[in-house]
Write a protein that binds this ligand. Sequence first.
Ligand SMILES: [Zn+2]
Length: 362
Amino acid sequence: MWNLPLLKQLFDVKDVALILILGIPTSHVSRPDSMGWFLTRTGRYSVKSGYGLEQQTRQESTPLVFGPDTRSLQAQVWKVKCTQKLQHFLWQSLTGCIAVGDRLKSRDIQIDPQCLRCGMTAETVNHTLFECPPALQVWALSPIPTVPNRFPTGSLFANMAHLFSELPNDERMGCYPWLLWYIWKARNDKVLGNVDWDPYDIITKATAEALAWANAKEKQETGITRVVHSVEAISSGVKWMGHGRKQIVGLDWAGNITPPNRIGGSDLGHAMYVKNNKVEMVFETDCSDVVKMVSTPEEWPAFAVLLDEVDRSRTRFTSFSIVHIPRTNNTKADKLARSARTLPTDVYYVNSVSPAWIPELF
Ligand SMILES: [Zn+2]
């Protein structure tokens, strides 16, 4: 049992509630406190996680810079629903990495930075993609609504931010990455090959490609079987079954609070406890992490308490081993476990034939 007054003294109220809700077991063995690194799953320090933390701290402590901070805008690029190629193009546009006159000039390339299509102003990324008359025409005719002084404007970042997060919730809006791409392609065809694109052709091409991409994506996603955990409360089921000389234990778990990597460890302890009157035991699990944890507990300090429990329980067997088995090869135990979880009450069943509620087992 947790010493509640001591918990309250040592931990934040929210953490105390979590400890109690999650039912984190207290250890049966007295082990000294140890250091752990909780930015990795195992609890052991890794250079990669240390570097990640350092980067994060640095970003958070960066002093304010003058001018807009476009990093969050850049990060949004990778969430835009389009192909990787287009995401990359959006990122290049935002970071000024496309070869427009103004950008080339800023790299000391001897070039007239004027826009070669309209000759009215310097050819910036924003001018090319949003404000040059041929681009403006495309936006005006496209399904994307244009709002005076709002979109498009003279600010590349404002225009991109508008496209990323201020468009109406309408699937036709999804074509904008393709529109930008074809506006850019049309600019290149004009500047490099003197080929003119009709704005309607740009829109037709962009919307058709956007639609084809969205359809292909939807097909791909519905083809995947999704595992949805809808169980509100945590419940675990452990069942074992005798069949001739062979004993089968099935264990399963459902819940939405405990991180999945805890499941194997804690339930393994449970299963060992249930079956500790057996003298020889082979545990087969489809969670390969559990096998690693039990064989090299020193690599998993985050699970030290649970692994101590396993260690303590294993001494009760004359022989103990744990091996990995793919779930497809362990269907009987899996069925037992699932059936255990769906039963409304605890049922203890020891027999040489299948229980009535899972007749298809043997
Ligand atoms: Zn222009």
